[in-house]
Design a binder for this molecule. Structure first.
Ligand code: HSE
Length: 419
């Protein structure tokens, strides 16, 4: 590809403006923005008006444009734009995690068929260069687990609620004002956004494509004052954590849940809109990455880095995906959770495989115990309609056990008790 690339950009919101700014300030890498297609003709735009268009074909059918940058927030339109651009032989840079997580297989095939590149560093954990790290540095070493904080909005909300003691609604409003939240913040607070990012990383870390519907996500929207009191009393913090973990020889579990973390865990110290990725590789052991996970300039900088990579012909090779380690995704694993509820009736259908502790006070009760992921996934929507808060208990990601190993443990226990 020419070293000076010609860009057609879709969207000029928070990330688009960030890219525009960092691109204009860049002294090394140069690119020309030929056109910016936006939706709303009534909005004033802080760019040269001659660049603006309202017709997507001004980019998609323009032979002078070799790279499409897709930064709109509607995943369906983004999918149509990205697909058409790839089919027209244009390289694409996108930050749309929902679109990527739902269409991986097809987008992978399109890249192979049309010999073009699709890059998306800005889609996952903002400015942390995690996709290229997994893709390049860890291209051969097996990854054991990947977890952390993949959503800036929720981490900002939790930090503000803990440090400044402001309420949930006010903290969310601030996160929206600062440009961290999605246009529909349900995606942030219910854990969908973090799940999409975890699944994007999963292709590069484990070579496995898992559909988002197969993966449990619960968020922080039902966090109550009793839960905050519990955390303060135990000197714990709450973080919204995606967990992707290899279990046994070839099983992979993945879920997104709020997690109680103690001072022993490095993510305890990650605050505001910062994200973190804690990665365990088979030979290197533990690695910890931290950086701004949301915001105009940090995400714009990640997109800039992809554009610069494109200018020297960079493509993801999806080595782990091609190597195919024959991993199988499973929800047949047990996790240790804290479940806070108001009336026993509300959780009567929830099957615990083990109860470690239960507590009851006049206004609320909680149970700490083990539940199977498949049980939680099946009941996710009905649980979410009640005033129930569920979180992975402290150290919970280390205590994930495959269902088959759980029964072995129980049998062994019975045998030894009989002896
Ligand atoms: N809403 C997202 C977040 C933006 O808060 O992390 C960055 O992907």
């Amino acid at each position: 590809m020419n070293s000076k690339i010609k860009i057609g950009m879709f969207g000029l919101g928070c990330v688009g403006q960030g890219l525009y700014e960092v691109l204009n300030k860049s002294t090394g890498f140069r690119a020309d923005i030929e056109r910016i297609v936006v939706k709303n003709p009534d909005k004033k735009r802080p760019v040269n008006p001659s660049l603006i268009s309202y017709d997507k074909n001004d980019i998609l059918n323009n032979p002078d444009i070799d790279v499409v940058v897709e930064l709109i927030d509607d995943p369906q339109s983004a999918y149509e734009i990205v697909k058409t651009a790839l089919m027209h032989g244009k390289h694409v840079v996108t930050a749309n995690k929902k679109m990527l997580a739902h269409h991986f297989e097809e987008l992978y095939q399109l890249q192979q068929k049309y010999g073009v590149s699709l890059l998306y560093e800005g889609s996952s954990c903002g400015s942390i260069p995690i996709i290229r790290t997994l893709e390049e540095y860890f291209d051969n070493e097996p990854i054991q687990s990947l977890e952390g904080i993949f959503n800036g909005t929720t981490n900002y909300i939790l930090s503000k609620m803990t440090q400044d003691r402001i309420g949930y609604a006010e903290a969310l409003r601030q996160a929206q004002e600062l440009g961290f939240a999605e246009s529909d913040p349900t995606n942030d607070v219910e854990g969908y956004d973090a799940k999409y990012k975890a699944l994007i990383m999963c292709w590069h870390a484990f070579g496995l494509s898992v559909h988002p519907d197969q993966v449990l996500n619960l968020g922080i929207d039902l966090l109550g004052s009793e839960d905050m009191d519990y955390l303060r009393e135990k000197e714990l913090k709450l973080k919204l954590t995606p967990v992707v973990k290899r279990l046994g020889a070839n099983n992979l579990v993945a879920f997104v849940l709020p997690q109680f973390v103690s001072k022993k865990n490095p993510i305890y110290y990650v605050e505001q809109e910062f994200n973190a990725v804690s990665l365990e590789a088979r030979y290197s052991g533990q690695q910890f990455f931290q950086g701004r996970g949301a915001g105009s300039l940090p995400t714009g900088a990640a997109v800039l880095s992809d554009l610069s990579a494109l200018s020297y012909g960079y493509k993801y090779e999806y080595k782990k995906y091609r190597q195919n380690e024959h991993l199988t995704f499973t929800n047949q694993a047990s996790i240790k959770v804290y479940v806070r509820f108001r009336h026993s009736e509300e959780i009567k259908d929830l099957k615990f495989t083990e109860i470690e502790q239960s507590y009851s006070s006049p206004g609320y009760q909680y149970i700490i115990g083990r539940i199977l992921l498949e049980e939680l996934l099946e009941k996710r929507n009905s649980l979410h309609q009640k005033d129930i808060f569920l979180a992975l208990s402290e150290g919970g990601s280390e205590s994930i056990v495959l269902q088959q190993d759980l029964s072995v443990t129980k049998e062994k226990l019975v045998e030894s008790m009989e002896i």
